[in-house]
Write a protein that binds this ligand. Sequence first.
Ligand code: GCW
Length: 849
Amino acid sequence: MTRHSPPIAVAFCCIFLGSLVHAQPGADQAWLRYQSLKTPAAGALPHAIAVFGRGEVLRAAAKELADALGHPAPSGGPGAALPDHDAFVLGRWQDLQPRFRELGRAPGISGDGFWLKTVRRAGSRPLGGSKASWRGGPRKYWLVIGADEPGVLYGTFALLARIAEGLDVSTLDDRETPSAPIRWVNQWDNLDGSIERGYAGRSIFFDNGSVANDLTRVKEYARLLASIGINGCAINNVNADPRLLQPEYLPQLARVAAAFRAWGVRLAISVDLSSPMSAGGLKTFDPLDPQVKAWWQNTVDVMYRLIPDFGGFVMKADSEGRSGPSKYGRTAADAANVIARALRPHHGVMLYRAFVYNHHLDWRDPKADRAKAAFDYFHPLDGKFLDNVVVQVKHGPIDFQVREPVSPLLGAMAHTNQAIEVQVTQEYTGQQRQLVYLVPMWKEVLDFDVHVDGVTPVKRVVSGQVWKRPLGGYAAVVNVGLDRFWLGHPLAMANLYGYGRLAWNPDLSADEIAKEWTRLTFGNDPQVLDTVSRMLLPSWRIYENYTGPLGLQTLTDITGPHYGPGIESSENNGWGQWHRADRKGVGMDRTVATGTGFIGQYSPEVGRKYESVKECPDDLVLFLHHVPYTFVLHSGKTVIQYLYDSHYAGAEQAATLVEEWKRLQGVIDDARYAEVLRRQEYQAGHAIVWRDAVVNWFHRESGIPDAQGRVGFHPNRMEAEGMQLSGYTPADVTPWETASGGKAIACAGPSPCSASFEWDRPSGTYDLVVEYFDLNNGVSSFDLFVEDRRIDSWAADDHLPSDKMNGHTSTRRTIAGVRLRRGEVLKIVGHPQGGEPAPLDYVEIVPRP
Ligand code: GCW
């Protein structure tokens, strides 16, 4: 007879709907708010939950279901009976199948998959049920069957999502198996509590050199991750601190693993290859040295004694100054394998990052090309990695730019497990101050056919299907922080949600994901659904329009914080993010015929299309070709005119996002409404900073006028340096394109300074725009007067990533509907504070439409 796990079970009598679950101070419930469970449809569901099996993950699943539906938590208790009335029944296939023989012999799910199935029973005694369970009435069971324990949890979340979305769950027969076994997130948290490229507060994991005392947020995070099928989380920066592997640190890591465990999320950590020296005190870290091998084996064994379900390691080596196997003339395979061999007996995996390149490239060499590095380095190693090594490849060949082609390495390793790496944290895409829904970008990458064996989209390469690999999957750099909304911008959570959904099922569309997320986050109001989708779906294109279109890469300050415009920062340095714009033309020639040869790394089908400038898609043309500004695109526009037009269009589109959002006032919760509105208004202003910087720069460089006469023409703008100044002095801004006219004014203080001018145009009602710089080394304040009427005051108190006047700090303040009479004097008084000299760029006075 099959041994059944006893159920922890039971029946509850009433549904209490309406309380938010797991409400904890400080943490937003994101898409797990279960707002819509307050509908009558949910009331028709059973009141009992029976769980077969004892595992921690199963208990979490049952509790989630009970909490969401408003039941008291399922109480434990022995007994092997199915409830004699309608009930949810949760368990693994092996535990439920004997009780539900009518399901047949094979569940049709595998991995972490689940089967949601409704089963009706007439009133007979169930097979395997105790006599006490035989009551005789007809009943119906909502089965949540997992291929394994996490599968039960994922099935439970899927069932709750269906209920919350208002879908009919009265009859179910849905089977889902995740696309790939590796569905991980990476956090780039440092032990001091800061986060590399994190834009949402300090670490939830670390504080002051140790694992945080309070792991409440860590548990909440694990729950969010589980709800979208994520099964692993590497919690520390890939620029790894070796202290994490010291024996005294391991018990702290075990606490994190314990906080993850109920949610089926395995702990992983990033490690540095030099750890045997830096953490272990050896004289070498040569991966082929026997002592080094023994050190890894011992360290890993100790780790698994404390954390039996430890997931594995992520490694960044020989990259951006990190130590690596090259020091000893060894390869990435040597480095990965020495650790993988230690992990293998414990079923741990080694994620080795392919982000290996030389950041001291010679920019004068027309053949040098950072984009080629990953393929050049890893392709020859194909087949040399152990089976529990997964090479983690950034989705593009450079570095999370606003648009890049698919990394050619993703189609080039038939004998190696691969995972694709994407960024939820918006390092190069507006740092969660700007709305960029990245799912459409990831979809393009995942659906891209690399043409290696018939139709072979990237999603089938990384799932392991194309080459029948045992492992493969997904990694996303997320960088949530202690921010209430996890990622800063509340709408940025659509990216985390979307990442998990795509890793689970890459066939979902960006639109479907946007709608699911919106329903779960805000409820099922059609107006909200419509508005939020209309904001999310075009937002990537909008951002691209006003930053770096046509494959130029983002055009941000690449040696600084990667945020505002900094067009020349990519050039003339070893980092290799060149776009090679000069007086005559623009773009990197990566052709085989005359360029760096990068295109030769693709399969012949892809290569042919990219090699020909005529066939190359407009969106990538400047990534792959160097062309004159007058080159005519498929759209019929010249490159230069496209650059101008897209920037003007992008800035206008960014402004419409504000108007869209305003329609939701009073329709959604106030906290989220206000948080998003603030950011969208800021974004609309910053899009103009971007627009002006890029069009002015290309205008000056190319000398070609804008056919529509917009570039450099600002009839409503008063430059601050042209005003009547008292105390203020003109200052050059670097780079020049990030200030109107290349100049601003600054007040040395300590007394306030003022800038004034007379209004010499018709009397009327105007919108006033003040462009100022908000540095992070002080909080200046400003007063705006018309004659002696003070019409506005504000503080420059944002935390933008620079202490200089530039494209990161340029900020816009709009004062709508101001009455002005001809001859009146407008005056701005700036009060400097700290290192911030109350800097001003210009005032724009726009007639009201
Ligand atoms: O994009 C770059 C980031 C670095 C990061 C690196 C990487 C963790 O600017 O901050 O380092 O990529 O992916 O390793």
